[in-house]
Design a protein around this ligand. Structure first.
Ligand code: SIN
Length: 271
């Protein structure tokens, strides 16, 4: 197995690995590389949905999305990631970490795309929340370290449903309060944990103060020096750690098709 970092800050492409048939030693190497680089990329991976699920299960129990329907009949733990000429809004088209509105947000997402736009595009950008935290002043780190933020699935999921004409006004979506700065349970590193898709307010500060701080942080997490960018090919897999990474899927290929499946691994309560 060969690991080729994309940047010194975040991301590595892994060569010489078949994810569908990893033995235990290789799995341990992949897990260690993920903890070191935060997001890993693999090319030319043949993986049926059962194998994709089985790979996720090696990391832990699978997460079931609170809003999206099963990605395929009989696969509630698989999320279909798909856009075409009829799409009104794509999944992940703003900076976010997956389903951070859950009380225990998913720790890991594993996305395999099988169909990409012919004209190119459809890249995914990843930003290191370790690097975003490290770049803050000590005074700002201390201020944020004492705060929690509310994350609410309602605004995002309702907006998506409204665009496709699905009335979900009676439906409840997850809502949770999380520390603004979380400590990664495996690496012990601190990471910024607010995002523009799910975070609605800072708790226990005046609304205008919270709005201004969040606006600053949303611009901060999008700084290019914290990022890497992945150009997909059919059969590519990206595996990202939601505890320390945000991502943004570019929708620059309309009306072409981009399609695949995501398996998401359950996480624990951010601390
Ligand atoms: C997502 O899981 O948020 C979508 C990522 C992508 O389509 O690249």
């Amino acid at each position: 197995m060969e690991i080729e970092p994309l940047t010194p800050v975040i991301g590595a492409e892994v060569h010489g690995v078949e994810l569908a048939t990893l033995d235990d030693d290789r799995f341990a190497d992949v897990e260690a590389a993920l903890l070191a680089h935060q997001v890993l990329f693999f090319r030319d991976q043949e993986m049926e949905l059962d194998q994709h699920k089985a790979l996720g299960l090696r990391f832990g129990p699978l997460h079931i999305h609170p809003s999206a329907p099963p990605g395929a009949p009989g696969y509630p733990e698989v999320l279909k990631v798909h856009a075409d000429a009829n799409t009104k809004r794509t999944a992940g088209d703003k900076w976010h970490s997956d389903v951070s509105c859950d009380a225990e947000p998913p720790m890991l997402s594993i996305l395999r795309l099988h169909t990409l736009p012919e004209s190119g595009g459809g890249d995914t950008l990843f930003s290191s929340m370790y690097a975003a935290y490290d770049a803050l002043s000590p005074a700002m780190q201390e201020y944020l370290g004492g705060l929690r933020a509310e994350h609410d699935g309602g605004p995002n999921y309702r907006d998506r449903n409204r665009r496709v004409g699905y009335d979900d006004s009676e439906r409840e979506y997850p809502r949770a309060k999380h520390p603004v700065i979380r400590t990664h349970p495996r690496t012990g590193r601190k990471a910024l944990f607010v995002n523009s898709v799910f975070t609605t307010r800072l708790c226990d500060v005046p609304q205008d103060e919270g709005d201004a701080v969040l606006a600053f942080l949303y611009a901060h997490v999008a700084k290019p020096q914290f990022q890497c960018r992945f150009r997909w090919q059919p059969g590519s897999v990206a595996m990202w750690d939601n505890r320390c990474v945000q991502h943004h899927a570019m929708w620059d290929y309309y009306p072409e098709v981009r399609s695949g499946y995501r398996v998401t691994v359950a996480g624990d309560r951010p601390m």
